[in-house]
Design a protein around this ligand. Sequence first.
Ligand SMILES: [Zn+2]
Length: 326
Amino acid sequence: MYSIGVDLGGTKIRTAIVSDSGSVLHSAELPTGATDGPDAVIERVLDSIRCAMAVLADRTDSTYQRKLIGIGVGSPGPLDPRTGVVLSPPNLPGWNRIPLRQHVESVFQLPTYLDNDANVAALAEWRFGAGQGADNMVYATVSTGIGAGLILDGKLFHGQSGSAGEIGHMIVDAKGPLCTCGNHGCLEAWSSGTAISNIATERYGRPLNAKEVEQLAKQGDAQAQDILEQAFSYLGLGLINVVNLFNPSVIVIGGGVAQVGAPLFERVRDIVLKQAIQGKSVQILPALLGKNAGVIGAAALPFISLGGGDGHDTRKSTHSLSYDPV
Ligand SMILES: [Zn+2]
């Protein structure tokens, strides 16, 4: 069986054909062109799915359509996974209550599922990556922003309106820097790539991105090391709260900032081990699936819906499915 996964991001749309065992058969990427507005972006999403279907038709026999069981889309939030409506993501300008799932479903007549980018990456790491086998797992992405997907008691947890897991806006210091959400001292305002860049730019008096700060730190620059140490310490604080709240057995950390590796993981492991209740029983691991996490997790949505058990029962499919398992 196959499914098509779409990872709609603020800068790129990545689309892949994925098997039910999580293998990526084909993937392609195109620029989102977010400033062109929702209609243009939706058309690009549809085009990317058409291309994937054409590739699948070329590679498999004529029964491929019966083996293609659905489409999953991961999108920036906020969104409502039950209704398939994207609300108003900051990095998709002009989007306001766009029924993205309905658009895709009406064109391709295949069961279509929508969830936010952190949740689909969490699903991918849980089913096929670093979190395999865990019943309680938190996936945290530390990138330009910070978000999380929560697997609790063997299920993806959405909360009342789909916004559970917004750990980037967990307040870790009420007197901290102003966050994009309007509050002060959110985790994202301390530990995201954007925060690292902002703090470094202010201290050095010249523009520096998080990658450049990381390079300086590697070269022994004490100030850069101090900036990262502060960012990772706050991340550790945030994870103490996550561990105390959810008691996961595994925390998987992905995203661009986590690429720094040991300096981040050693710091947060030490903090969580010493300060969290049950800190000894949680493993903190790097994500394994890299840039494919989004498409693999999005493609997993139709499989999960079919298979049940680890439910993504955010919608009831109205389709009568007919397919031959392969
Ligand atoms: Zn915030």
